[in-house]
Design a protein around this ligand. Structure first.
Ligand SMILES: *[C@@H]1O[C@H](CO)[C@@H](O)[C@H](O)[C@H]1NC(C)=O
Ligand SMILES: *[C@@H]1O[C@H](CO)[C@@H](O)[C@H](O)[C@H]1NC(C)=O
Ligand SMILES: *[C@@H]1O[C@H](CO)[C@@H](O)[C@H](O)[C@H]1NC(C)=O
Ligand SMILES: *[C@@H]1O[C@H](CO)[C@@H](O)[C@H](O)[C@H]1NC(C)=O
Length: 415
């Protein structure tokens, strides 16, 4: 009885939090291909991003020895990338999902057969995800990544759907393996089309750059919006993200000036029910331009999220939540005390009557164990807290226009 009351109060609070925290305004960002973009920990500490995608594992499959390439961040051949484990865990502790991107615009990768897809899946599961393999054979150390991003750009389209299904089969209610894909905007995508038709991808961030014909060009948003509509209709399960270069330099073409983004594009695309947010290429360019800040402030005004304006207002505007939490807690405590009184009075009574009622106990009589559902709910709550956290930490994040020396950048950007 007591457990049940506490349980339902908890459920109530979870629902409440859910409805408050559920804003589709996530920013996904690629990290790993540029010098001078800062460490992974620094990237996550900005509080701007919900997904950080490590780019890339660009050599694998068809007998190729798998190797990651994280530009000058670390040397995988000297086991130098294992130290990223700490950074990955730091990010995850802030509720940021960290994914490994496989593919890229340059590398040696393809899947030669179903067997090959299975082998690559085992390699990814054991080497980067929750699989069991010796620490020495985990290129990024013992951190367990949240999932795998498919940025397949230079490979035949076969067997990627099998790889996606193999990876997805490792998902459990306790630990999901997130799958994302970064197709080019021409629909359907030449390399990822078959894989995407499996509908096992949680996030589809479409590259609306380096793709004349379906990207923003010369003041014209129509090609981009038409392509967006086609994509959002075709993706049935996952969330769709607008993939953009974070600065003019980040891509050959397709850069969307901030004012166009905010006045002509975001108001239109945020209406799609499966709109998830914006993907940016890359951390380095976003650090230079502060592009992601404009996206966040757009979302603040659009959804009238007063939380966006400042910490104090944020707290003030949440007074009603705290009121309800207070009422809920008071209710639970009152019930608890009443129950205790009840039990002791009945005990007194039975002592007076001279018969001890042994049936009274605090445990649930009919075998339903609320702990299990509670655990699942707590999982959900964690993912919701994530959003709240990101949202709040964004307030603290200030525009960063620092002109870091452009030492150089990797060659493996999405094309
Ligand atoms: C792909 O493989 C060839 C031959 O082994 C090698 O020369 C080349 O550097 C590789 N490319 C990348 C991007 O690793
Ligand atoms: C696999 O490698 C072989 C030998 O290098 C090559 O002939 C074949 O085209 C490759 N298959 C795929 C799917 O890349
Ligand atoms: C898959 O892995 C097994 C065991 O490591 C190996 O014997 C087999 O040749 C691999 N198959 C392919 C297609 O790479
Ligand atoms: C946000 O609030 C302002 C003023 O309170 C209102 O004029 C505007 O229509 C609101 N926007 C949305 C999207 O609800």
């Amino acid at each position: 009885m007591i457990k049940r009351i506490l349980h339902s109060s908890l459920l109530f609070l979870l629902l409440l939090e859910n409805s408050v925290a559920d804003s589709n305004n996530d920013i996904a960002i690629y990290w790993g291909q540029n010098d001078g973009e800062g460490t992974l920990t620094e990237t996550c500490a900005t509080g701007k991003y919900s997904y950080v995608i490590l780019a890339f594992l660009n050599n694998f499959g068809n007998g190729t020895v798998p190797t990651i390439n994280l530009a000058s961040h670390c040397d995988p051949l000297m086991d130098g990338c294992k130290t990223l484990s700490t950074d990955i865990k730091n990010c995850q502790m802030q509720g940021i999902k960290v994914l490994l991107s496989i593919g890229g615009a340059d590398g040696n990768y393809s899947l030669a057969s179903s067997d090959d897809a299975k082998n690559v899946s085992d390699y990814l599961w054991n080497g980067f995800l929750g699989g069991k393999s010796s620490p020495s054979s985990r290129p990024l150390g013992d951190a367990v990544l949240d999932g795998i991003d498919f940025d397949i750009e230079i490979s035949p389209p076969q067997h990627w759907e099998e790889l996606a299904r193999y990876l997805e089969s490792h998902s459990t209610p306790a630990r999901k393996v997130y799958l994302s894909a970064a197709p080019q905007c021409p629909f359907p995508d030449a390399e990822l089309g078959i894989a995407l038709s499996t509908e096992v991808f949680d996030y589809v961030w479409i590259q609306f750059y380096n793709n004349p014909g379906c990207e923003y060009e010369d003041g014209d948003v129509n090609n981009l919006l038409n392509s967006w509509n086609q994509w959002t209709k075709s993706v049935k399960n996952g969330k769709v993200f607008l993939g953009l270069p974070a600065s003019r330099e980040a891509a050959s073409n397709g850069y969307v000036p901030v004012n166009v983004l905010v006045t002509d594009i975001l108001p239109a695309i945020t209406k799609s029910p499966n709109y998830g947010g914006v993907m940016l290429w890359t951390t380095y360019y976003d650090k230079q331009t502060g592009y992601s800040n404009y996206i966040r402030s757009f979302s603040c005004t659009q959804q009238n999220h007063t939380e966006c304006r400042g910490n104090d207002e944020h707290k003030a505007n949440k007074w009603w939540i705290w009121l309800m939490v207070g009422v809920g807690a008071a209710f639970a405590i009152t019930c608890f005390i009443l129950c205790l009184c009840c039990v002791s009075r009945r005990k007194d009574k039975s002592q007076v009557d001279g018969k001890l009622d042994k049936k009274i106990s605090f445990t649930e009589p009919n075998g339903v164990n609320p702990n299990k559902t509670e655990n699942i709910k707590l999982e959900e709550r964690r993912s919701n807290e994530v959003k709240v956290f990101n949202f709040e930490s964004n307030i603290a994040a200030s525009n960063n226009f620092s002109s870091i020396n452009k030492v150089g950048e990797g060659d493996f950007g999405p094309v």
